[in-house]
Design a binder for this molecule. Structure first.
Ligand SMILES: Nc1ncnc2c1ncn2[C@@H]1O[C@H](COP(=O)(O)OP(=O)(O)O)[C@@H](O)[C@H]1O
Ligand SMILES: [Mg+2]
Length: 235
């Protein structure tokens, strides 16, 4: 059994169905990328795994246990942390206070502490007393990642961590991935940037209109197949 699995996962917002039977797996020590256009359902999938959206218990299994019906705080306490789309920092809190928020849900000791997060992103040590809002977009993203790491997760869900950032900043942020993996986390990375997804992932899933349309290793997927899975064969 994989570390994390979804089984025929569905999601609804009122009458609108956003996910239609999504099956994905994440192995221990693996990095999986989810790619797809705006509105494909990527964030909905992340929120379903993280327990923000509830499901049938068997729709999500983690570490061999059915967890699909559990609320977000219980999922997080078991070691699944999310870097949410849009970062969602507390603007009135300092960098350090935002990082410490990440420890509240899960009192798990491990590699990640304030000190090791500051070693990973040294600029945050310099800005530790600044309010979240005084930071650049890239620095805010580093805080959002650091906050998730502070819970010493086994699974880290990253929702569009490169969105709106300059290429040089994106490079800095993705440079942290090897250290995050070395500390024992498996990653699910949502990306609209296909090249970035291919570069970081062991395996890729492409989503369109609430369904997985393609999956495989980056080497096994042709540009044409990805294009069709991303935009539809008629595009
Ligand atoms: N809170 C919501 N209420 C209603 N519809 C939503 C809500 N959030 C997302 N949706 C819809 O669900 C679909 C999938 O959205 P989302 O998961 O955010 O896609 P992605 O992250 O791939 O851009 C879209 O059609 C979107 O409009
Ligand atoms: Mg999204």
């Amino acid at each position: 059994m994989s570390l994390l699995e979804t089984h025929n996962l569905t999601a609804h917002y009122g009458d609108f169905q956003a996910l239609f039977g999504v099956d994905i797996t994440l192995e221990e020590a693996e990095t999986v990328a989810i790619i797809g256009a705006n509105g494909a359902g990527k964030t909905t999938l992340m929120r379903s795994i993280a327990g923000v959206l509830r499901n049938a218990a068997e729709a999500v299994t983690y570490d061999g246990r059915p967890v699909g019906a559990q609320p977000a705080d219980e999922i997080m306490a078991q070691g699944v942390a999310m870097v949410p789309e849009g970062r969602k920092l507390f603007p009135s809190l300092s960098v350090e206070e935002n990082l410490l928020i990440g420890t509240y849900g899960r009192k798990k000791s491990g590699h990640w502490t304030l000190n090791t997060v500051y070693d990973l992103f040294p600029i945050l040590r310099e800005r530790r007393n600044s309010p979240g809002t005084a930071l650049s977009g890239g620095q805010q993203q580093m805080v959002a990642i650091g906050r998730a790491l502070m819970s010493n997760p086994r699974v880290l869900l990253c929702d569009e961590i490169s969105l709106g950032l300059a290429p040089v900043v994106i490079k800095d942020i993705y440079a942290a991935v090897p250290a995050i993996k070395a500390a024992g986390a498996s990653l699910v990375v949502v990306e609209q940037d296909i090249a970035q997804a291919m570069a970081v992932a062991d395996r890729v899933y492409c989503m369109m209109e609430g369904r997985i349309t393609l999956s495989g290793t980056p080497e096994s997927l042709s540009r044409e197949a990805i294009h069709d899975a991303y935009f539809g064969a008629a595009a």
